[in-house]
Design a protein around this ligand. Structure first.
Ligand SMILES: Nc1ncnc2c1ncn2[C@@H]1O[C@H](COP(=O)(O)OP(=O)(O)OP(=O)(O)O)[C@@H](O)[C@H]1O
Ligand SMILES: [Mg+2]
Ligand SMILES: [Zn+2]
Length: 455
């Protein structure tokens, strides 16, 4: 009986498994994500890379702690997101929408890293010719860069063991398959087992491996969320396809903070670093129009200015529509409720839209005030001053609450030439710098803020 293969149903979103099929996944609640996979017992666990030695517990004092070695990539924006460079033996997952630039960034850092390190670039997606063409466009021509086009993960790992490169890149994990597993390439089982296999290889040989992972239509890493648990770091590439800015963000990092972002500009020669993200994100900002407001958010240790746009229009028919891009939808609904109930700005039969320009995502409560101002500005068709910047958290009673890093935000606003900064009254007492003439207006509620902000 033991050799009988069994069939399981696995959710492609969250990795939930069950012996029977469900239309709606009990794990994550998504529809039509369960698909059948065949498991063969006994042979299903791929062999570990390296020897099959038994591990034994050792005293924590005996564990070798020579300084963890990091490789700088030549892109300081990427190093920042990684927490200071690529850690030896780590497995890093790079993910993002199709065409956002995952292959580009990997290939691009090979030029700099290839001066010191031997790199193996494994592609299961593109031919060596395609890679060469891209490399030529990006100006990558390191002789230390080896290209392997292969989809059999066992053969890939064999090559890694033989070549012992200093760094490995795999593009992408969804194209890899383990021949001992019966499920098809790209299936949850395959993706998970291949990742596990790669992880063991990285650890046992102490080689850092960077892996590309595709996302599905909902933005989750295709193949399971479980991937995120296996790897050491998960980086997401985001950005507006229409705009050239790309934002790299760590959503998990065992070797650094997850708050930092890196900002890049995609051009013909590949990604270039954006040294002044605030200026870049505000470039092309419309002047003399209503429905736009600038704020300052903290991305890790860095203050970044962002433009928030709001639009309120009469509902065509039925229920009013609400859309938020780059901002939390529920937070927007809550703000609209507060605006209506506590500040007397009525949106209930209007469609309302919020958009954060440049592909940035504002998750910080300090962005509340700018969202409110942009919406009210559109509602009243009253323009907010071009040189006005606002920040502050909005509470449920419509009060403005103090936020962190007040000085850093004001300094960034002053640095980019803003003349007036509207902030919570309670934050004023934290201000302890000279701000080069920027006018600070402390406000206690939404109405006061709007009156101070309009021209
Ligand atoms: N000749 C070019 N000039 C300018 N930009 C280009 C050029 N060729 C490609 N690009 C940019 O590079 C992007 C594709 O980058 P890349 O192939 O690295 O993306 P990817 O994330 O690996 O995509 P996939 O998911 O398809 O593998 C394009 O969307 C485009 O923005
Ligand atoms: Mg690619
Ligand atoms: Zn699920």
């Amino acid at each position: 009986m033991a050799s009988k293969s069994k069939s399981v149903f696995v959710c492609s979103g969250c990795g939930f498994e069950s012996p029977k099929w469900y239309g709606k996944c009990p794990g994550c609640g998504e529809w039509n994500t369960m698909s059948e996979e065949i498991r063969e017992p006994a042979r299903s666990a791929p062999k570990t890379a390296g020897h099959h030695s038994m591990s034994r517990p050792i005293s924590i004092n005996e564990i070798d702690t020579e300084d963890e070695q990091r490789y700088q990539t030549g892109l300081s924006e990427l190093d920042r997101v990684l927490g200071g460079g690529i850690v030896r033996g780590s497995l890093i997952l790079i993910s993002g929408d199709p065409g956002i630039g995952k292959s580009t960034i990997l290939l691009q850092i090979c030029e700099y890293l290839g001066r010191q390190l031997r790199i193996l670039y494994v592609s299961g997606e593109e031919s060596s010719r395609q890679i060469k063409l891209r490399a030529r466009r990006l100006g990558v021509s390191s002789k230390n860069l080896l290209i392997l086009t292969e989809t059999d993960i066992q053969l890939v790992v064999e090559q890694i063991q033989e070549l012992k490169p200093d760094l490995v890149m795999i593009d992408s994990i969804q194209t890899m398959n383990h021949p001992e597993l019966n499920s098809s390439p790209g299936s949850v089982t395959q993706v998970r087992e291949c990742t596990n296999y790669v992880m063991r290889t990285a650890k046992s040989l102490d080689i850092p491996i960077m892996v590309v992972g595709h996302v599905n239509k909902d933005g989750a890493i295709a193949g399971p969320k479980v991937l995120e648990h296996i790897v050491d770091a998960v980086l997401y590439f985001e950005g507006d396809r229409q705009m050239s800015y790309r934002i790299l963000r760590a959503v998990k990092n065992r070797y650094g903070s997850t708050n930092e972002i890196g900002v890049f500009d995609m051009g013909e020669k590949g990604l270039s670093q954006v040294d002044n993200p605030s200026m870049a994100l505000l470039s092309g900002r419309p002047k003399n129009v209503s429905g736009t407001c600038v704020t300052c958010v903290m991305e890790g240790t860095r203050p970044i200015l962002a433009e928030v746009q709001g639009l309120a229009t009469t509902t065509g028919f039925g229920n009013p529509r609400r859309t938020a891009t780059g901002f939390d939808y529920n937070r927007m609904s809550l703000l609209l409720a507060v605006l209506e109930k506590k500040a007397g700005y009525y949106f209930s039969n209007l469609d309302a839209y919020v958009n954060i320009v440049g592909g940035l995502r504002l998750d910080e409560p300090a962005a509340d005030l700018a969202v409110a101002m942009a919406l009210i500005s559109s509602l009243k068709d009253a323009q907010i001053g071009d040189n006005v910047l606002v920040f502050g958290e909005i509470g449920l009673t419509g009060e403005l609450r103090s936020v962190s890093h007040v000085n850093a935000r004001i300094a960034e606003a002053a640095h980019l030439g803003f003349e007036t900064c509207i902030l919570p009254q309670a934050s004023l007492k934290q201000v302890n710098l000279e701000h080069g003439g920027i006018r600070l207006i402390g406000v206690r509620n939404i109405r006061e803020a709007f009156e101070a902000a309009v021209l």
